[in-house]
Design a protein. Structure first.
Length: 342
């Protein structure tokens, strides 16, 4: 439809409006000229423009215009320049977190290429967000520590109750104590790692198996852990820990009757879109199906496999071998990695 005579065409805002935005915005903004070495690598850059928010945030004066970053920060690392070089080469915007230790501030830095000889840096102060995250992390650390201590108290009370119980009741209470300790070990690992949501499974399994070895195996049976360095979320880790606790406890009780000696191997490995747990021994193997006991431990394993949509196999070629596979993918890191000039 043709425009009326009184309708004026849309126009871009005047340059003065952009200058006003540049001068008054609360986020730091700088334009920079890349400086390369003879091989074409970015080794420095020169400040072309800087707005007042940048000058205030980094406590510098307008005389930085025309100067190089290495004049101001001789300790700038190659990793710092790699962030900007990737954007200059590809043209793809990039963002990362930067901790200015000198000022005690955190920034999210956005980098954009304007031309082959000019790129922009945009600094968003996220210090308050980081402080809130650190406070929350401290509370989670304290919670994990208290949960671990409370579970240890529960385990101790169950152990005391078992001292005066019949042999059958004592056996059930000891199994309950082991399960409680399996969960307590997990919260101890969370407290040590400060991961809060992700569990370092190789460390967790080492602690869990070490406790089982001290309490059940003694010197006759050696427990060997073979685990990929996997990080799992809390829900999967706690249930997998209970399953391992059941399978290893069962192997320690029945694989090698006294005075036989042997080895029980616990393996946790990553497959394509799955994780595989194997507990195996070279002992006397599985009893016939009609003679197998179906206690709480068996129900724990079956429930875990069913809930996570996995598979469970038990074989008895040379000793006993239990294999569980459940769908799993490595958790993605949600936040960009923090960088520092130092």
């Amino acid at each position: 439809m043709p425009k009326s005579k009184n309708e004026s065409p849309s126009q871009a805002p005047p340059l003065d409006d952009y200058r006003l935005l540049f001068e008054t915005m609360s986020e730091g903004f700088v334009l920079c000229e890349p400086i390369r070495d003879a091989a074409g690598r970015l080794i420095d850059y020169r400040f072309l423009q800087a707005n007042p928010a940048f000058l205030r945030g980094f406590r510098v004066d307008a005389d930085i215009i025309g100067r190089r970053i290495k004049e101001l920060r001789p300790d700038a690392t190659p990793a710092w320049f790699e962030n900007f070089e990737a954007t200059i080469e590809s043209g793809e915007p990039r963002r990362f977190q930067f901790h200015d230790r000198g000022q005690g501030r955190w920034y999210e830095v956005h980098c954009t290429r304007l031309s082959p000889t000019c790129f922009a840096q945009f600094y968003i102060d996220i210090t308050l967000v980081k402080r809130a995250e650190q406070h929350q992390a401290h509370l989670l650390d304290e919670l994990n520590h208290r949960v671990k201590n409370n579970l240890s108290i529960v385990a101790s009370l169950l152990s005391l109750q078992g001292r005066d119980a019949s042999a059958e009741v004592r056996e059930h209470l000891e199994a309950a104590v082991s399960r409680v300790h399996a969960i307590a070990d997990l919260h101890a690992e969370l407290y040590r790692s400060r991961g809060h949501e992700l569990v370092e499974m190789d460390h967790y399994l080492a602690d869990l198996v070490s406790r089982l070895s001290r309490s059940l195996a003694g010197d006759r049976v050696k427990l060997v852990v073979e685990s990929d360095p996997l990080q799992m979320d809390l829900d999967l880790a706690v249930q997998l820990g209970l399953v391992i606790n059941e399978l290893v406890t069962n192997a320690l009780k029945y694989a090698y009757p006294e005075p036989e000696r042997g080895v029980v191997t616990i393996s946790l490995s990553e497959l394509t879109d799955a994780v595989c747990l194997t507990v195996s021994d070279a002992g006397q193997g599985l009893p016939p199906a009609d003679q197998r006991r179906r206690g709480l431990g068996s129900r724990v394993v079956e429930s875990f496999v069913q809930q996570w949509g996995g598979t469970f196999q038990a074989s008895s070629d040379e000793g006993a071998r239990f294999t569980i596979k459940v769908p799993w993918r490595r958790p993605e890191l949600a936040e960009p990695k923090a960088q520092t000039l130092l």
